[in-house]
Each structure stands twice: as C-alpha cells, then as structure tokens.
Design a protein around this ligand. Structure first.
Ligand SMILES: C[S@@+](CC[C@H](N)C(=O)[O-])C[C@H]1O[C@@H](n2cnc3c(N)ncnc32)[C@H](O)[C@@H]1O
Length: 262
C-alpha cells in the first residue's frame, strides 16, 4: 500500500474530503449536491477562473488519445463528465463512440443541452450521456477502449476503488487518462498559483456561483490530492502499465495515462 503525502508532508487523501471520511455514501451525496448547486455557472466559472486554459488541457488530453480514438470501432467513456467539455473534446477527434457518464443530474442536463445544440450545428459524432456512478459503472467487464476523467477523479469518495472500477471496464491494453489539478513545479509560479487557489478563487467562485464553500473545497481537495508521482504509483498498483504523466502549465494540472495490464 502506498503511503501518500502532500506538499507539506500531510498524508494525502484516499478520496474526496467532502462528507464523512469513512462513509463513501455521505461523500458521494455531498459531492453530488455541491455540483448540482454550481451546475448553472460551472462552465462559465471554469473558463473564467482558469483564463480558458481548461479548454486547452482537455484538448491536450483528447490529442494524447488520438491513436485509439481514430479507430472507427473505438468506445471511449468519459467518467465524471459533468457538463461534457472533455466528452466533446474526445468526440471531436473520435471516429467511434464516446459516452459521458456522471451521477449529478443538473450537470448531465447541461451536457445534454450542449449536445442538442452541437447536433443542430452539425456534430455528426456518436455521443451519448448517461447517469452513472464511477465507483459502480453499468458497463460490462473489458468492454471499452478508453476511460477518461477530467477534473472528476479527485472528487471520488475512494480513489483506489475508482481505479479498480475503471480498470474493470477497460479491455486488456485499454487506456486510462486522468486529467487533474496537481503540484505546480515552477517555484514562484507554484506559490502564486497556490495563493490564487487559497485566497482569490474561493471569493470569486462564491460570488459568481452563489454557492459558499464550493471553491474552498476546490482548494482543499487540490492541495491534498496525491502529487504526480503518487498518482502514477497508484495507477501502477491498480494494474496499469506504461504509466506516464505530462505536466500542464508547469504542473498546475497533469495528465496521467496508463494501459490496462494483462
Ligand atoms: C469538477 S467536475 C468535472 C466535470 C468535467 N469532467 C470537466 O472536465 O469539467 C466533477 C464531476 O464529477 C462528478 N462526480 C464526482 N464523483 C462522481 C461519481 N462517483 N460518479 C459519477 N460522477 C461523479 C460530479 O458530479 C461532477 O460533475
């Protein structure tokens, strides 16, 4: 079992810090309620507070998977898809099927609305959204080629269980890609980013979303999330090989990829 530590030496979390730590159901409920409350302003806040970098990070994620997504029979599942921005980034280059899955209805409703708009504007890709808990996906064993998560994995009640479940649905050799906030490596920039996350973002986030606490949670969950190396070690321990990560914006975010072993 890996002993995870955050930047200040505290042990990192084994799951989202919302709800009661030992009660996965209470964490899931709190996470779902929180995203339900921020859903109406989620996209706007995402793009505004990251100065649009979030869109680029999702495009990098999709680009890293282009070889698999380019196969016409490929099936990709974007878990914790929220309003679907990563799902759509995958769909843009996929020649197969892309499914977005989330357990928060208001987020999914926005994703479906965006899908209808995109379809009217000519999106011809196979895209679908479904309600599903990432810790218990309604998918057969070894049935998909790619599983992705964009800024969703950090919110799971149990990271190890999430990895086991994502591995279960992947075909042998299938690819997992996790895009998450991580540990900024550039010293001055990293310090400024942490200050932004701790002080400014909670204020702006609360004002614009009207939900007190949601963006404090962002700071809390990001600062205690396993660092790049620890997350890579978790993937390895969960049965993935060729585990790699790519720092984005000096490690503010990182894209971890791995292939299902065996
Ligand atoms: C920060 S949002 C990310 C949304 C989207 N992937 C993106 O790139 O913007 C996190 C999402 O994870 C979802 N989520 C968290 N835990 C989940 C779980 N156990 N099962 C399904 N969805 C979950 C939340 O409902 C929320 O929509």
């Amino acid at each position: 079992m890996i002993q995870l530590r955050d930047a200040s030496g505290r042990s990192s979390l084994a799951g989202s810090p919302l709800g009661s730590p030992a009660d996965a159901a209470s964490t899931a409920r709190s996470v779902r309620e929180m995203f339900g409350a921020v859903a109406p302003r989620y996209d706007f806040l995402n793009h505004a507070l990251s100065c649009g970098f979030d869109l680029w990070w999702r495009r990098v994620t999709a680009g890293a998977l282009s070889a698999v997504l380019g196969n016409s029979g490929s099936v990709a599942v974007d878990v914790c898809c929220g309003t679907g921005d990563l799902t759509f980034a995958l769909a843009r280059i996929s020649r197969g099927m892309v499914i977005g899955a989330d357990f928060c209805r208001p987020m999914l409703q926005r994703a479906s609305l965006k899908l209808r708009r995109k379809a009217r504007r000519g999106l011809r890709r196979q895209v679908a959204f479904m309600g599903a808990d990432t810790l218990s996906l309604p998918l057969n064993d070894a049935s998909v080629d790619v599983v992705t998560s964009g800024f969703g994995f950090r919110n799971l009640a149990d990271y190890a269980r999430g990895l086991t479940e994502m591995r279960r649905v992947l075909k042998p050799g299938g690819t997992l890609a996790i895009l998450e906030f991580s540990r900024a490596q550039w010293p001055v920039f990293g310090g400024l980013f942490r200050l932004y996350l701790a002080r400014l973002l909670p204020r702006f986030g609360a004002k614009i979303s009207g939900v007190a606490g949601a963006y404090e949670y962002l700071h809390d969950s990001v600062s205690r999330f396993p660092c790049q190396k620890d997350l890579a070690a978790m993937l390895d321990e969960a049965g993935f090989e060729e585990v790699r990560y790519k720092n984005l914006m000096g490690g503010v975010a990182a894209l971890h990829t791995g292939r299902k072993r065996g």
